[in-house]
Design a protein. Structure first.
Length: 311
């Protein structure tokens, strides 16, 4: 099982980068770039990693490739940061197998999104309860609340109920949209009712990070191609400097917003990582977006404006 040093727990904070999965121009897994990208993220100061998420193109990997990516990243990180592994799958048996494999390789915990199209609170609670029972008390779980992708609404009452029933649920990846009131409600009701406080890291590309930090988030779990910004912003909030944090965030906001576009965002993110020397190819596996010449020129202009603003 995972070494005790990096077990995911309720105190997790900072930036857990959603790692891209690099492929060559031929569409094959590029393990050299897996190494260089892992080094890049560590150099930029991320707290932890989340691998094999939706933006990590996990559904496009074979089982053998999934194992290869896990092994390669965990070996390269080598205990320097906690690694959370996305294990969401339509089959509970697959979630169980992948979770145990991840933990045996040294993962800190697993992230699980609900199966698609659950409709009622009872169904959502039942799904997560079954997964938590299946995985057992020794595998820390991050709940991924991403209704835009899953079409599943996880209510605040269900989240509270799961927190009360399963101590292994230690983190919420919050990316409901709009969802800031939900974040406030979870924090307020937990406090009022004396409930265990879990870690909340936010997604949605980091688009609302300053507001979410002010509402009680502990950090970000997203994959923006300038992770150093996310790291610095979270640190400034932790140091009690919210105005400085938001000023810095605003310099990067045009590019952040651009990269957040559904459908093409992953291609933009990978191209930016390629330009920054983190990966060798920006290839997105089919079916996936391909940038045209106008997209490339637009990205060049936004990066140049950002560089000028930072200077």
């Amino acid at each position: 099982m995972s070494n005790g040093k990096h077990r995911l727990d309720e105190k997790a904070s900072g930036v857990y980068i959603i790692a891209a999965t690099p492929f060559g121009d031929d569409g094959e897994l590029d393990l050299y770039s897996v190494d260089s990208l892992t080094d890049f993220y560590l150099e930029k100061g991320v707290t932890g990693f989340t691998i094999l998420g939706m933006m990590g193109e996990a559904p496009k990997l074979s089982e053998a490739e999934t194992t290869a990516v896990m092994e390669r990243i965990l070996k390269r990180v080598n205990g320097r940061a906690p690694v959370v592994v996305g294990v969401s799958h339509s089959s509970n048996r697959h979630v169980h197998r992948l979770s145990n494999e991840a933990m045996s390789l040294g993962a800190a915990g697993v992230m699980v999104a609900p199966a698609p199209n659950l409709k009622t609170d009872e169904q959502v609670h039942g799904y997560y309860a079954a997964i938590a029972d299946l995985l057992g008390k020794d595998i820390p779980i991050c709940l991924q609340d991403f209704p835009q992708a899953t079409a599943v609404h996880t209510s605040v009452s269900v989240i509270h109920r799961l927190i009360d029933e399963f101590p292994q649920i230690v983190m919420l990846k919050h990316e409901d949209f709009p969802g800031m009131r939900k974040l406030s409600r979870i924090r307020k009701e937990s406090e009022e009712e004396g409930r265990r406080r879990i870690s909340i890291l936010v997604g949605n590309g980091g688009l609302f990070l300053p507001q979410e930090m002010l509402r009680g988030a502990d950090g970000a779990m997203t994959g923006f191609a300038y992770p150093e910004m996310l790291v610095q912003v979270c640190k400034l909030f932790a140091d009690g400097k919210p105005e400085e944090a938001e000023n810095l965030f605003n310099i990067y906001l045009p590019l952040l917003r651009h990269e957040f576009q559904y459908g093409i965002g992953l291609a933009l993110r990978k191209e930016t990582l390629r330009r920054r020397g983190a990966i060798r190819s920006a290839f997105v596996r089919k079916p996936g977006p391909v940038l045209d010449a106008t997209d490339q020129a637009e990205l060049t202009r936004l990066i140049a404006r950002q560089d000028a603003a930072l200077a």
